[in-house]
Design a protein around this ligand. Structure first.
Ligand SMILES: Cc1cc2nc3c(=O)[nH]c(=O)nc-3n(C[C@H](O)[C@H](O)[C@H](O)COP(=O)(O)OP(=O)(O)OC[C@H]3O[C@@H](n4cnc5c(N)ncnc54)[C@H](O)[C@@H]3O)c2cc1C
Length: 457
């Protein structure tokens, strides 16, 4: 195992808090098992062809490093404009004061694997018929095989009365953004002091880490309790969905937690707009009565708002004709891939995974970690002129932080059945756990930077 993992762990333990010997041993076991369970060696392939990867985040970089290892003659170009590689799951922990902002990012130049050509540019268009992508500054780049991993877009403007430059104004916050997470932490501390009405929302589109809005709500509640000011706060959680959570194994306990913490849940209610001056959140409650859809407008005064913007695939994806054209995944342009092979349904030289992929699972880096080895094997099979045979079962994980010290470790597949990873199979994961908090706070970040992005986990 990489020595950086332990250096990083040591740093976090020293900074966040001392662990007793028993907890440290637990932590070491989790790290060791997580890394060792992912090790596998595969024969190198003679397949040739120019591979272009669009987007070097969790999925793109993991694909790059593994493809490079597996191909004897790799010819891989990665296109990504970003200077920094963010460990986005850490944004929740910034917003709750557990991590410092500088804990969650590294320079992109230190993350791009050697031997990969990195074009620091943005893709503006893809022509899947002529096998080329158009970049903003470097013209057209041809490819034989395309890895489509640009993540997703946060559509701030789709919230009426809001735009990205207004993030934080009117005490309206969002942890889906690096700066936004930092502003949230400041505002959350202030809110716990002054008290008032806290309003929390998700959104009506598919969004990355569906647990994030729930986590920040529960963390605010616990933070205020720790400060002794909980009685000053009224908290409400609004979800656009018909249920708080859609994986039945975990839902009962999550509902219980909201109930125990006295945070009412409002179903089928989507955020439409925000009046930042008046501090009012405008919702639409959508109910079906018989054949009729009834829309009821609701206005909530708030003192602190955490909201989630609608999300979609980047526009160039649908403009290239790469998106689903019918079904639930069509509206927001998600890529039309086979949900098991991750190969594009119309263009077999394109593989897509991560947040942009149009597959019915949760958009998380935990899902990416399981998708990558499948996508690599299947792409290599296609490069070798064979059928793709590896199958992804929809595995995703969402560690819902329920308080400072506990996490409901939700792991599941397409069938919405729990799919718990070892060593957590030994525990009752239908309830929030302290070892899962250790995993979330200490293990997953080094696992990301030194495991996943290095092709080792
Ligand atoms: C607040 C928050 C909490 C989260 N919590 C969790 C969690 O607890 N557990 C978990 O597993 N996951 C969590 N996630 C989700 C996780 O971070 C994402 O699912 C994961 O990063 C998706 O990987 P990706 O490679 O598809 O996209 P990203 O990692 O977002 O990478 C996309 C890359 O594409 C690049 N790009 C974009 N457009 C273009 C273009 N036009 N041309 C070239 N490059 C482009 C970007 O610069 C970026 O580098 C969380 C995310 C957030 C924001």
């Amino acid at each position: 195992m990489n020595k950086h993992v332990f250096t990083d762990l040591e740093k976090e333990i020293n900074r966040i808090g001392h662990l007793n010997r028993r907890d440290f041993m637990k932590l070491a076991a989790i790290v060791g098992l997580t890394f060792s369970s992912a090790q596998e060696s595969k024969a190198a392939s003679n397949a040739r062809g120019k591979i272009v990867i669009i987007g070097g985040g969790a999925a793109g970089l993991s694909m790059a490093v593994r493809l490079k290892k597996r191909l004897k003659n790799p010819d891989i170009t990665l296109i990504d404009p970003s200077d920094r590689q963010f460990y986005q799951p850490g944004f929740t922990l910034i917003a709750s004061g557990v991590y410092e902002p500088n804990d969650v990012w590294k320079k992109q130049e230190d993350c791009v694997p050697s031997g990969i050509k990195w074009l620091k540019d943005s893709v503006a268009a893809v022509d899947p018929v002529w096998n080329q992508v158009s970049t903003v500054n470097n013209g057209k780049i041809p490819y034989d095989f395309l890895v489509l991993t640009p993540g997703l877009v946060l559509n701030w403007d789709k919230v009426e009365g809001f735009s990205y430059d207004r993030l934080g104004q009117g005490n309206a916050h969002c942890i889906y953004d690096f700066e936004g997470a930092q502003k949230t932490w400041k505002a959350l501390q202030e809110f716990a002091k002054t008290g008032g009405h806290g309003v929390y929302t998700d959104t009506y589109t598919k969004h990355k880490c569906g647990g994030a809005p729930k986590k920040i709500c529960l963390l605010t509640e616990h933070y205020a309790r720790k400060q002794g000011t909980r009685d000053r706060l009224d908290l409400d959680y609004f979800t656009a969905e018909k249920a708080l959570y859609d994986v039945p194994y975990y839902t009962p306990r999550l509902l219980e937690i909201y109930n125990e913490r006295n945070v009412p849940i409002h179903l089928n209610t989507r955020l439409k707009g925000i009046d930042l001056e008046r501090k009012q959140a405008h919702f639409e409650q959508i109910e079906t009565r018989g054949d009729e859809k009834v829309v009821t407008p609701i206005v909530e005064d708030y003192d602190f708002l955490h909201f989630t913007p609608p999300m979609s695939a980047p526009r160039f994806v649908s403009e290239a004709g790469l998106s689903w054209t019918e079904g639930k995944l069509a509206a927001d342009g998600w890529v039309m891939v086979d949900q098991e092979t991750l190969i594009h349904k119309k263009y077999p030289n394109i593989v897509s995974l991560g947040d942009v992929a149009g597959i019915p699972t949760s958009k998380t880096s935990a899902a990416v970690r399981k998708q990558v080895p499948i996508a690599v094997d299947n792409l290599i099979s296609i490069m070798e002129g064979k059928e793709p045979t590896k199958r992804y079962d929809g595995y995703a994980a969402c560690p819902i932080v329920t308080d400072y010290g506990h996490v409901l470790l939700c792991e599941f597949n397409y069938a919405k059945e729990p799919e718990t990873s070892f060593p957590f199979t030994l525990l009752d994961t239908s309830r929030e756990l302290w070892p899962a908090w250790l995993l979330k706070v200490y293990v997953l970040k080094p696992l990301y930077f030194y495991g996943m992005l290095k092709g080792l986990a």
